[in-house]
Write a protein that binds this ligand. Structure first.
Ligand code: ADP
Length: 449
């Protein structure tokens, strides 16, 4: 049984994991870089160890240093959170070779899903619909042109190793195809160390809808419904909600079935997310699988009542799932807003600096997952996400009203944040009507700013 967990992460997700550890009477170990000496995860953990200088490559990405601390402090398991080493198969393998439990899927499952092209192939075998597209593009440029016109413009050129909204290029017509292709390849080579690119049909006005799954080591897989993540800026999520205002019950069931087949096809274990794109005719396609806990997991927790970190730990202990599919339902409505240290009025420039004052919203239906406090200096080195505001209410419209009230109370001074920007999203007609797709922010930018 897991008695002590090292959390190989920082920020809000490290705090969130440590909270569940304490509730489960499991000892937690924090690691921190020099920039995070005073961070909340360091304070809340039972033990904390310095891991290196501020740059991630020398701290939160330093596999050997993390494993060494885990061994020395007698941890049983390592929880990677999201980002950093969470989808790094080499790390998962190293952790296991060191005799520790990696709280996540096998290295094989990470590898299978980590490469977009390979994942597409696997999904096709498992009869999960994928976005129409190709395999690795050949060197022959005439052939590439042929492939693109067969799919039909616009097309997307994607890096197989891409992630985090990077490594995608939209091509509207054949005259731009080859130059974009060349640029995509060289960019992919320098950003991801892998220049494999492929073509995908560009879906117009799509929804990004994803399914949370949990799988144990005994062949059981359940889903915990969907998250609608179409409010995005530069392919990065800003607001997520569940249930999706767009999905019909019939399509929900259909997608859930495919999400479960997807997980089963790679012998998945742990918490994972199957992302789909859906067009306006409700046709859906597998986009990718994230083999870790996601930023937006709390909205699922809020409507199902399941603590996903606790479920991950039970699974890592080799226990069979504690829940049956039939016991789960989506109760009420949850919305998450990502609060970023950024300046929406200056091109969303990420910020850092001293928090002079912070007061978080309280009252009915609130949850904030954050890590900053008064007097805290937000470091420049990491993701600008400082907090997640998760609202629950019995209905969607009450959840929006409550989100507005919460944002009214939410005060942070000293650094710039996107709180006012999110308030405007809550006031936008298309958002209120649940009538939005992934272009919502760019199309409403004048209203939102
Ligand atoms: P990443 O791994 O970088 O997050 P994804 O493949 O998950 O990239 O795509 C991120 C977002 O990019 C999607 O949510 C969607 O908004 C947009 N996108 C990706 N592929 C397509 C496509 N074929 N057509 C239209 N939009 C797409």
């Amino acid at each position: 049984m897991i008695k002590k967990i090292l959390v190989a992460n920082r920020g809000e997700i490290a705090v969130r994991i440590i909270r569940t550890c304490r509730e489960m009477d499991i000892k937690s170990i924090a690691v921190f870089s020099d920039a995070d000496r005073t961070s909340l995860h360091v304070r809340y953990a039972d033990e904390a160890y310095r891991i290196g200088p501020p740059p991630s490559a020398e701290s939160y990405l330093n596999m050997d240093a993390i494993i060494k601390i885990a061994k020395k402090s007698k941890a049983d398991a390592i929880h990677p959170g999201y980002g950093f080493l969470s989808e790094n198969a080499e790390f998962a393998e190293k952790v296991r070779k060191a005799g520790l439990i990696f709280i996540g899927p096998s290295a094989e499952a990470i590898i299978a899903m980590g490469d977009k092209m390979r994942a597409r192939e696997l999904m096709q075998k498992a009869e999960v619909p994928v976005v129409p597209g190709t395999g690795a593009l050949p060197d022959d440029e005439a052939q590439i042109k042929q492939l693109a016109s067969k799919i039909g413009y616009p097309v997307m050129i994607k890096a197989s190793a891409g992630g985090g909204g990077k490594g995608m290029r939209l091509v509207h017509s054949s005259k731009d195809l080859i130059s974009s292709y060349r640029r995509a390849r060289s960019e992919a080579a320098s950003a991801f160390g892998n220049d494999a690119v492929y073509l995908e049909k560009y879906l117009e006005e799509p929804h990004h809808i994803e399914f949370q799954i949990l799988a144990d080591n005994h062949g059981n897989v359940i889903h915990l419904f969907e998250r609608e993540c179409s409010v995005q800026r530069r392919h990065q999520k800003v607001i997520e909600e569940t249930p999706s205002p767009f999905l019909t019950e019939e399509t929900r069931q259909e997608m859930a079935k495919h999400a479960i087949s997807a997980a089963k096809s790679v012998n998945y274990s742990g918490a994972g997310t199957i992302e789909f794109l859906m067009d306006k005719h409700h046709h859906f396609y597998f986009l990718e699988m994230n083999t870790r806990l996601q930023v937006e997991h709390p909205i699922t927790e809020r409507v199902t009542g399941v603590d996903l970190v606790k479920a991950q730990i039970h699974i890592a202990n080799n226990e069979p799932l504690h829940l049956q599919q039939e016991e789960l339902k989506q109760s009420g409505h949850a919305i998450e807003a990502r609060i970023y240290a950024e300046d929406p009025y200056h091109n969303f420039m990420p910020g850092s600096g001293l928090i002079r004052h912070i007061s978080e919203p309280l009252g009915l239906g609130m949850r904030t997952d954050g890590y900053v406090f008064e007097g805290y200096e937000v470091p420049v080195y990491y993701d600008p996400l400082i907090s997640k505001l998760i609202i629950w209410a019995p209905t969607r419209s009450e959840a929006i009203d409550r989100m507005k009230r919460a944002l009214y109370e939410y005060k942070i001074t000293g650094i710039k944040t996107n709180i006012a920007f999110i308030q405007r999203i809550m006031e936008a007609k298309d958002f209120i009507d649940g009538n939005y797709n992934t272009h919502f922010i760019e199309e409403n930018l004048d209203f939102l700013l």
